[in-house]
Design a protein around this ligand. Structure first.
Ligand SMILES: Cc1ncc(C[n+]2csc(CCOP(=O)(O)OP(=O)(O)O)c2C)c(N)n1
Ligand SMILES: [Mg+2]
Length: 669
């Protein structure tokens, strides 16, 4: 009996190998080696280690699986198909890497149910998992009650040499060890091969020692085909609750391929028809047949999937009891995990008065966050060691630490890249709205996760302060110039640069109501006047992306600005008026929100009949041409800034009332 089981397991693993090689061969593109080498660890995960229900890929207490080595996606697709996820069929396996198929060249969240996160850029999945783990810990302390451990899931990942080469895995691993995230179980596909050959050409560190130094629980499995040893190690990793676990598993890329095993050539190219036949012969399959799943293998994996359904049923019973015993908490979780927000939070948004004097938008943002925090328990976040500067600390709440997972403030450390990836993992957990913060210039250090959040249409909120040369003396290295346009160029991204304190409150409202894609709130270091809403209308118009803030009868010229430059063009408008020139002021906090408006609204704000338009923004002028027309002009930054006092900088680079007035007059003369 035992040996029958072993034979079946072996056939099952070989089925996964051959199916992966078949799909890559048919697509004539893809990565066969990784799935062939990692099939045994995949088998352990899907046949016994993980709790999942193919019938409900969104089961709240499912274990999360992340294929950090996203190129090996045929491994994931195979297991989703074989265990019975209804969203994927053999047809989809055969359509691997074809246009509009669910089985894209790297796993894509939202395209195929069961894929927890989009991966491919190496290192990201590893770090996303830390975000998933943080989210699990937060949900567990908030909602678990004695007798009702409703959230006890683990975060599994398979990561590769490439993942561990990438710096972001170090940032994330360091934080995970520090936070004692014992819910993490990572399997390292230690195959000694990456694209250029043997990993020893560039990667000779002692990975086990490295992770021990991060205070991880490290195990080594010498033979990646020994499923008992892998299963045993995973079991131990589950028992370890105080440290994240990594299991270093020595595998062989393209295992089963007589001529390509252990070669870099098997990483990212089809094996070739002839070699594929040899693989099949070698593994006991008919060399003339493709896409074969033996009946007993199918029955076995479908059985594993069914066991998962039973597990969810048991959990559902537990949850029913929880709903009775803790109705308020259950209702809260159900509301927040549905993406809705509790009633009443919007009423908590502060309204700022013009008499209050100047206030930096970062300061206003801090006030807003603290005003709404009580009513939004799902809102948690922090900064990359800049909370005092970014004003993102929730004053009534504690820090999230290894001994206090109820804390809502995160010390991400000076790890912007890691923070970005961790935010994505958090944002992918229903019931959590994460925010992060740093200086706008350091968005440079977190572009990869921002781009992935945009691809996935998930919504971390990122506060970026010190948004221009207006930060002054810190100089060129800290003064953003090209960042705004570069971020605006990412599809599905929403960039909001509010003009004053009230627009800042509205930026938070929009960010919290937005669901499909990251939102960046870009804020000043320097104080800005509060625009009088009783005189100029409500800042809630920010939701439209651009609006007429102040108009004149029959305007000859339209002044357009974002953020700190809005108050500047307001002053310019007044000066122009003194000189008998009618100007309209448009506050344009978000291009993306404006683009979503209908053409009638756009025409109202920027009528095609008024082509003399002047855009003013302390950033690269690139892209503004669209809004100013060929008869307009832009006052922007075409060079880096300089170290100096803000007043001198603004004067030197032309961000003065007189310069705006002069330019506007030039336009209409
Ligand atoms: C950030 C990033 N850089 C480069 C690549 C291109 N790339 C894909 S896989 C890979 C390395 C392959 O080595 P490994 O991670 O060990 O995977 P294996 O060959 O063992 O499957 C590289 C450089 C990538 N996907 N992501
Ligand atoms: Mg490798």
């Amino acid at each position: 009996m035992q040996s029958n089981d072993q034979n079946l397991a072996q056939t099952a693993i070989n089925t996964v190998r051959v199916l992966a090689a078949d799909a890559v061969q048919k697509a004539n593109s893809g990565h066969p080696g990784m799935p062939m080498g990692a099939a045994p660890m995949g088998h352990v995960l899907w046949s016994e280690a993980m709790n999942y229900n193919p019938q409900n890929p969104e089961w709240a207490n499912r274990d999360r699986f992340i294929l950090s080595a996203g190129h090996g996606c045929m491994l994931l697709y195979n297991f989703l198909f074989l265990t019975g996820y209804p969203d994927i069929t053999m047809e989809d396996i055969k359509n691997f890497r074809q246009m509009h198929s669910k089985t894209a060249g790297h796993p894509e969240y939202g395209l195929l149910k069961g894929v927890e996160v989009t991966t491919g850029p190496l290192g990201q999945g590893f770090a996303n998992g830390v975000g998933f783990a943080i989210a699990q810990k937060y949900l567990a302390v908030r909602y678990n009650k004695p007798g009702f451990e409703i959230f006890n899931y683990h975060i599994y990942a398979i990561c590769s040499d490439g993942d561990l080469n990438e710096g972001v895995s170090s940032e994330a691993a360091s934080l995970a060890g520090h936070l004692k995230l014992g819910n993490i179980i990572y399997l390292y596909d230690d195959n000694h091969i990456s694209i250029e050959g043997d990993t020893k050409i560039a990667f000779t560190e002692d990975v086990a020692k490295r992770f021990e130094a991060y205070d991880w629980h490290v195990q080594i499995v010498e033979d990646g085909n020994d499923i008992q040893a892998i299963a045993q190690a995973v079991k131990k990793a589950k028992e370890e609750t105080q440290r994240p676990s990594i299991i270093k598993i020595r595998t062989h890329i393209a295992f089963g391929s007589p001529n390509k095993v252990d070669t870099a050539g098997a990483h990212g190219s089809p094996l070739g028809e002839a070699e594929l036949k040899l693989v099949k012969q070698n593994l006991g399959f008919d060399p003339e047949k493709s896409f074969v799943v033996p009946d007993d293998v199918m029955a076995f994996y479908r059985g594993c999937g069914k066991k998962g359904s039973e597990k969810e049923k048991t959990w559902n019973e537990l949850y029913k009891g929880y709903q009775k015993a803790h109705p308020d908490l259950a209702k809260e979780y159900e509301l927040l995990s549905s993406g809705k927000l509790p009633d009443g939070w919007k009423e908590k948004l502060p309204v700022f008065k013009a008499e209050e004097g100047k206030i930096a938008t970062r300061q206003a943002s801090g006030k807003v966050l603290n005003a709404i925090a009580d009513s939004l328990p799902s809102l948690i976040g922090g900064s990359a060691d800049l909370a005092p500067s970014t004003e993102t600390w929730l004053k009534k709440y504690e820090a999230f630490t290894a001994s206090n997972y109820a804390g809502r403030n995160f010390h991400f450390g000076i790890r912007e890249h890691g923070m970005g990836s961790i935010l994505n993992g958090m944002a992918l957990t229903k019931g959590i709205i994460p925010f992060g913060a740093t200086f706008l210039i350091f968005s440079e250090y977190m572009r990869p996760p921002l781009r992935l959040a945009a691809i996935m249409k998930v919504r971390p909120i990122v506060v970026y302060t010190h948004d221009s040369i207006g930060l002054g003396e810190d100089g060129t290295t800290h003064q953003p110039v090209e960042q705004l346009i570069s971020l605006r160029s990412i599809p599905n991204m929403t960039v909001i640069r509010p003009a004053d304190a009230n627009e800042t409150a509205q930026a938070w409202r929009v960010a919290l109501e937005h669901q499909d894609g990251p939102v960046l709130i870009v804020l000043t270091r320097q104080g800005l006047p509060v625009i009088d809403q009783t005189k100029y209308g409500s800042a809630s118009q920010l939701e439209k992306g651009a609006y007429i803030l102040s108009d004149s009868e029959k305007p000859k010229v339209i002044l357009i600005a974002t953020g700190s430059e809005v108050s500047l063009i307001m002053e310019a408008q007044a000066k122009l008026k003194e000189q008998g020139i009618a100007a309209r002021v448009v506050s344009m906090p978000s291009w993306e929100l404006f683009e979503k408006q209908d053409s009638a609204y756009k025409e109202k704000v920027l009528p095609s009949g008024i082509r003399k338009r002047l855009a003013v923004e302390t950033a690269s002028p690139l892209g503004w041409h669209k809004y100013v027309t060929d008869e307009g002009a832009i006052i922007g930054m075409t060079t880096f800034g300089e170290s100096g006092p803000i007043g001198d900088l603004m004067k030197f680079f032309g961000f003065t009332v007189d310069h705006v007035v002069k330019k506007a007059k030039e336009l209409i003369s």
